[in-house]
Design a protein around this ligand. Structure first.
Ligand code: ADP
Ligand code: MG
Length: 329
């Protein structure tokens, strides 16, 4: 086999990263103070359901999106401090990308697809680009598929080509956004095994998934949504005076509330600082169940309109209560 890629020693340090979007008129905060450190040669799995901010975080790591606040460092580069040309250089030289949909060019061979990042940036002469592409295809186990076009390859093989393309610039960081989502389990396993092997040269591999089956193969798991923290507090009574806020939009959602007496208002906090009233709820109604059951942050805020008495339930208690209310089926 040809010369191995450089051995990497960079550490990835993510500190208190917040990302807010204000697109639809209200603020969504998929990343709310996220921190983790990945060392050279580690495979990190970002685990969370759809909408938990996995793609957002990967885009921030890749320098394609700028966090609202917080810091991302790769080696001695402060990524969040880069702009213009230096940011472009970071994206090209330090990061490799692998996408769920492979994103290969159908009319090009595997070899040409892999060489593409070097060819479009004219990082090296064509001959050398092809040689490096071949090395990476050998590394991902496709030495015998160099001249195949994507249409002649299986899904798993196409994703291997995409991985080889992500590696062709010899990046310190390879990020893969749900790379196995479109594969059957046999092909998914081979791609996962490959990603594990790629740690060898000190590369940091960050893979997002909603599939908890990836957990055992990770060196580190970054939990993107808050299921882990089931509150230990069992059923409890909570009182709020009129005007007090029960919880706020984007807060971590842990409890479901049942109204014992009084009235609350559910409202959305808008990006312009205003608010939009969604609904008022009275005795016997409950709120906050979806965030708590699904592990999503609060999608709206709730305040007491009158003095209220609430019963706060952990999601499993709430579930049990609903089943009881429905009776045996
Ligand atoms: P995941 O990859 O875990 O499914 P995403 O990072 O794609 O999560 O999205 C996290 C949240 O941010 C979602 O609520 C999504 O709707 C929202 N979001 C993502 N991109 C944008 C955007 N460009 N503008 C507004 N909201 C966005
Ligand atoms: Mg995503």
């Amino acid at each position: 086999m040809s010369a191995p890629a450089t051995t990497r020693t960079e550490t990835l340090v993510v500190t208190d990263v917040v990302k807010e979007y204000a697109g639809a008129g209200y603020v969504v905060r998929p990343l709310d103070g996220l921190s983790f450190t990945a060392h050279a040669g580690q495979l990190v799995v970002l685990l969370g359901p759809s909408g938990s901010g996995k793609s957002t975080l990967l885009s921030c790591l890749g320098g394609m999106l700028s966090p609202t606040s917080g810091s991302i460092r790769l080696g001695d580069v402060e990524v969040t401090g880069l702009s213009g040309r230096s940011l472009n250089d970071y994206r090209r030289a330090s990061v490799g990308f692998v996408f769920q949909g492979f994103n290969l060019v159908p009319s090009l061979t595997a070899l040409e697809n892999v060489a593409m990042p070097l060819l479009v940036t004219r990082a090296c002469p064509r001959r050398e680009a092809m040689a490096r592409a071949e090395e990476r295809l050998v590394e991902v186990g496709l030495a015998d598929r160099l001249d195949h076009r994507p249409g002649a390859l299986s899904g798993g093989q196409q994703q291997r080509v995409a991985v080889a393309r992500g590696l062709v610039t010899d990046p310190a960081l390879l990020i893969a956004d749900e790379p196995t989502a479109n594969l059957d389990h046999v092909q998914a396993e081979s791609v996962i095994r490959l990603l594990r092997e790629l740690r060898a040269q000190g590369r940091i591999i960050v893979v997002s998934t909603h599939d908890a089956r990836m957990v055992p193969i990770a060196d580190q798991v970054v939990q993107m949504a808050s299921h882990g923290a089931e509150p230990e507090a069992a059923e409890a009574t909570v009182e709020h005076a009129a005007g007090e806020v029960v919880f706020r939009q984007n807060d971590h959602a842990d409890l479901v509330y049942v109204i014992e007496s009084g009235r609350v208002e559910v409202y959305r906090e808008l990006a312009d600082g205003g608010e939009e009233s969604l609904v008022t709820l009275d005795q016997g109604k409950y709120f906050g169940e979806l965030g708590a059951l699904l592990g999503f942050p609060r999608s709206a805020s709730v305040r007491a309109v009158t003095d209220v008495v609430l019963t706060a339930l952990a999601p499993n208690e709430f579930r049990a209560r609903m089943e009881q209310a429905q009776g045996p089926s």
